[in-house]
Design a protein around this ligand. Structure first.
Ligand code: NAD
Ligand code: GLY
Length: 360
């Protein structure tokens, strides 16, 4: 097992990464202040991993709630199922919530923890690659709104993150690829040596070579923890973690939540951001080609769906947490490994890039 740390003063916490961690009561116990625990999971993950998680929590009054599975259920209505369960079981302010699942469960459980009785503790047990490399770390929690992705939420840091790499053995291939989008993101925004490593090792990751996966998760979490420690509430550099997301969120919302996976939409969004950076004269065409090639190699889409017309696409991009004074701000690239956040681009160029990056 490897343990990294997110350094946030009194809100600091460990990220444990390794095999066989799910049943480890010794990792959970230091993060649980009271005697009550509620595990939040979904109908896909529960039959796979709930019993093992509950067994590790046998010293506590332990309840569980099982949500429907899918991005389309990341809503305020479904969030209420968690509050219903907490209140019905009379769980008090010292309860610890445990998020057992992918990013949807992690974001919703974290938000429930931020709100229940004005804030209780929670633990992240991420079970997808995407959640192990990104969403479980950093304390962004929330739900979608029909008009915009992740628009309702709160910053609320977990007490710890326990990433058991064995859980990835049951993950469908499409979900593995979706997670690789966020892994590639770290290479593109701040870690060029990791980008080089990914170009050499992508096939190992796709065939689930354990050593390669563990390395990619550790390196991704190190990058994420560093950025979060610098800028917990996204006043500046943390926004670079959103490379491809303004484009991607428009695809997710426009196509209907769950039609494109988050990682797929981010992958295409990163290609669009790279193209836009090249059109501004910041990125070499050769680097756009490298970025697209790696994304394709990870079996991810590089073109936006034709079903979304450009005007609608731009309208959806305007519902984004980075928007300031009505202006869309984008994360763009100055080089592979160097990202900037800017609103300094001609609107006509954005339209051109969207059209050029839409599949025929
Ligand atoms: P997800 O949570 O929908 O999980 C993907 C699918 O895999 C689901 O069907 C899930 O039930 C299933 N699953 C989970 N673990 C499994 C396992 N071990 N074996 C088999 N199936 C398993 O999707 P995701 O990609 O994990 O997360 C995407 C979400 O994360 C989006 O809502 C996105 O907005 C959010 N996100 C949040 C942050 C953040 O910083 N908070 C960062 C990135 C993404
Ligand atoms: N996934 C973007 C962030 O955590 O800031």
């Amino acid at each position: 097992m490897k343990t990294l740390h997110v350094e946030l003063g009194p809100r600091s916490y460990p990220i444990h990464i390794g095999s066989g961690l799910l049943g480890r009561a010794d990792l959970l116990k230091p993060c649980i202040a009271g005697k009550q625990v509620m595990v939040v999971t979904n109908e896909t993950v529960a039959p796979l991993y709930l019993d093992k998680t509950l067994a590790a929590l046998s010293d506590y009054q332990c309840e569980s709630v099982i949500l429907p599975d899918g991005e389309q259920y990341k809503t305020l209505d479904v969030l209420n199922h968690i509050f219903d369960a907490l209140l019905r079981k009379h769980l008090d302010r010292r309860v610890t919530l445990v998020a057992l699942g992918g990013g949807v469960i992690g974001d919703m459980t974290g938000f429930a923890a931020a709100c229940y009785q004005r804030g209780v503790d929670f633990i992240q047990i991420p079970t997808t690659l995407l959640s192990q490399v990104d969403s479980s770390v950093g304390g962004k929690t929330g739900v979608n709104h029909p008009l915009g992705k992740n628009m309702i939420g709160a910053f609320h840091q977990p007490r710890c993150v326990i990433a058991d790499t064995d859980t990835l053995n049951t993950l469908p291939d499409r979900e593995l690829s979706a997670g690789l989008a966020e892994v590639i993101k770290y290479g593109l925004i701040r870690d060029p040596a990791f980008f080089d490593w990914l170009e050499i090792n992508m096939d190992k990751l796709l065939t689930r070579d354990t050593q390669a996966l563990v390395y990619a998760i550790e390196r991704s979490c190190t990058n994420k923890a560093d950025v979060v420690a610098l800028d917990e509430r996204e006043g500046g550099v943390r926004a670079t973690l959103n490379l491809g997301h303004t484009f991607g969120h428009a695809i997710e919302t426009g196509m209907g939540y769950g039609v494109w996976l988050h990682g797929e939409a981010v992958a295409t969004g990163m290609c669009m951001a790279a193209r836009m950076s090249a059109r501004l004269g910041w990125l070499d065409d050769a680097d756009v080609t490298r970025a697209e090639a790696l994304i394709r190699q990870a079996r991810l889409p590089v073109r936006a769906p034709r079903a979304l017309d450009t005007t609608r696409f731009i309208e959806l991009m305007g519902v984004d947490k980075k928007v300031q004074d009505g202006k869309i701000r984008l994360v763009l690239l100055k080089a592979i490994g160097e990202a900037v956040v800017t609103d300094d681009f001609p609107p006509a160029l954005l339209r051109e890039v969207i059209e050029a990056c839409t599949s025929m």
